[in-house]
Design a protein around this ligand. Structure first.
Ligand code: DIG
Ligand code: MN
Ligand code: MN
Length: 388
């Protein structure tokens, strides 16, 4: 096993401009770090070994920028990405910061807000097309309520479907080749956000006109905020062919959205997530949607970014060690041994059903099979703690 945890382009590690550009503002405190130009953030990311950079439209282009300023800013950014070997892997539109979106964007009761949100989205798609992005993320941070008196929730579902169908048609009409990734979150900044979990979006996607173009962007912190197991959500998305993107960070359950450095809160959960992604050969971007502690200075922000990637690679090595561990593999073989001659679940046929119904299961004997999960989990812990 090597212990070279140097990030390489093949790892497809990416960061949003808003992550390494986070200035430490929170609901109870002002910014603590000076603003950093996007071109400088790209240099930081290139030097740290990141493969990609992501952005919301207004992370790069101010909302009221003139066309001339916009074009100049975009040209400078493209130059910085070329100079530092960083690709633009994902784009999105900020449909949550400006007051116009205070009651949502696509699900707003105001048709003018819905129209403006869609215009802003199309322009962000155009920007991403210029930058070569192939993933477009939709995070409906304001699509929600504090009181359900404001609209019927099924009206919100219909409005979001109309918007996503339009976005897909626009991508097709312009040949952008986008894969649209929907990102769930249960609450914050709204009291409740529609489509609170990745599972909710997986159900929604089946109702879309271009469901083949739409997948999910699960985020660790958001599934944890809902008290859920991120790896289970990711596995369901993967199994459905819908894991188009992923937001890696960390989160203590029951807290506000902490967007901690990857694996900073629960390294065991992070291990099983990394193991799953590596076991299945996940090859889409590994995006760290996180930010440094408010206590950090600029060098601390770079520590944060390096730490996200380094920890992923350490856990990747631990996963390889786990897969190569003879005792672990022996237990896995034992607990999933076949039962020759015993009918089990397979494709239905009348003959199979008749044989299954006629079979005499020895329920007590079946219930005696050993399940040494304490041993299996202890071996896992010992690998994680470096004792194995
Ligand atoms: C927050 O978790 C959201 C927004 O930052 C962004 O739209 C999306 C993409 O990572 N994540
Ligand atoms: Mn988050
Ligand atoms: Mn996110």
């Amino acid at each position: 096993m090597t212990n070279d945890y140097t990030p390489l382009p093949e790892h497809k590690f990416s960061f949003g401009l808003w992550t390494v550009g986070n200035r430490g503002r929170d609901p109870f405190g002002d910014a603590v770090r000076p603003p950093v130009k996007p071109t400088e953030l790209v240099r930081w990311l290139g030097e740290a070994g990141a493969w990609g950079v992501n952005l919301h439209d207004n992370d790069l282009v101010p909302i009221d920028a003139s066309t001339a300023d916009r074009d100049r800013i975009v040209a400078e950014f493209k130059g910085a990405c070329a100079d530092h070997g960083v690709v633009t892997s994902m784009v999105s539109a900020n449909l949550f910061f400006d007051p116009v979106f205070r009651d949502g964007a696509f699900t707003s009761n105001d048709p003018a807000v819905r129209g403006y949100a869609l215009q802003k989205t199309l322009r962000a798609m155009d920007l991403g097309g210029e930058l070569g992005a192939k993933t477009y993320v939709v995070w409906g941070g304001r699509e929600g309520t504090e009181t359900d008196a404001c609209r019927r929730p099924d009206a919100a579902v219909k409005r979001l479907r109309d918007a996503i169908d339009y976005v897909c048609d626009y991508s097709i009409a312009n040949g952008y080749g986008y894969r649209i990734a929907l990102e769930a979150k249960p609450n914050e900044p709204r009291g409740d956000i529609y489509f609170p979990t990745t599972g909710a979006y997986l159900g929604f996607i089946t109702t879309l006109a271009h469901s083949e173009m739409v997948g999910v962007n699960p985020e660790v912190a958001h599934e944890h905020m809902a008290g859920l197991n991120m790896t289970h959500a990711v596995a369901q998305a993967w199994e459905a062919g819908k894991l188009f993107h992923i937001d890696l960070n960390d989160q203590v359950i029951g807290r506000h959205d902490q967007d901690f450095r990857f694996a900073a809160a629960n390294p065991k959960a992070a291990f099983f997530l990394v193991k799953f992604l590596e076991d299945v050969g996940y090859d889409n971007p590994r995006h760290f949607d996180a930010h440094a502690y408010r206590t950090e200075d600029d060098e601390g922000v770079r520590d944060f970014a390096r730490g996200c990637m380094r920890t992923y690679l350490i856990l990747k090595e631990k996963a390889a060690r786990w897969n190569a561990d003879a005792e672990i593999q022996g237990i896995l073989k034992e607990i999933s041994a076949d039962r020759p001659g015993t009918p089990t679940v397979e494709k239905h046929s009348t003959a199979h059903a008749d044989a299954l119904l006629a079979f005499d299961f020895d329920r007590k004997a079946i219930g005696q099979r050993r399940l040494p999960y304490e041993k299996l989990d202890q071996l896992t812990i010992e690998i994680l703690l470096g004792a194995r």
